[in-house]
Design a protein around this ligand. Structure first.
Ligand code: FES
Length: 99
């Protein structure tokens, strides 16, 4: 389990450690999403950034990533962030990490 459903309000982002992987959890229009929590530009936690609609802005140099796809929407980052399948079951947020 990455987090409890009640810990993630709509329109917010939350950092979580899932089996040693830094994951950012988002709830956008009621749907849970998960990405890597580490910016691909330098080292900053996206969960400390600003969620604007379905995009997350890095707190350090303001790169913007599209949460559902991980695509870069604004420099200085050039590499997308990893996205992970996420779902909710019985008040728990579950994230599927690659093997
Ligand atoms: S560390 Fe995220 S934009 Fe630079």
């Amino acid at each position: 389990m990455a987090a409890r459903s009640g810990d993630l309000q709509d329109g917010s982002v939350l950092g979580a450690d899932v089996n040693g992987v830094q994951v950012a959890l988002y709830r956008i229009d009621g749907t849970v999403h998960a990405t890597s929590n580490i910016c691909t530009h330098e080292v900053a936690l996206l969960s400390d950034g600003y969620l604007d609609g379905d995009c997350i802005e890095c707190p350090l140099h303001q790169a913007v990533f599209h949460v559902p796809t991980g695509e870069v929407r604004s420099a200085p980052a050039t590499e997308p962030i990893l996205t992970y399948p996420a779902k909710e079951e019985a008040d728990q947020i579950l994230v599927e990490l690659p093997d």
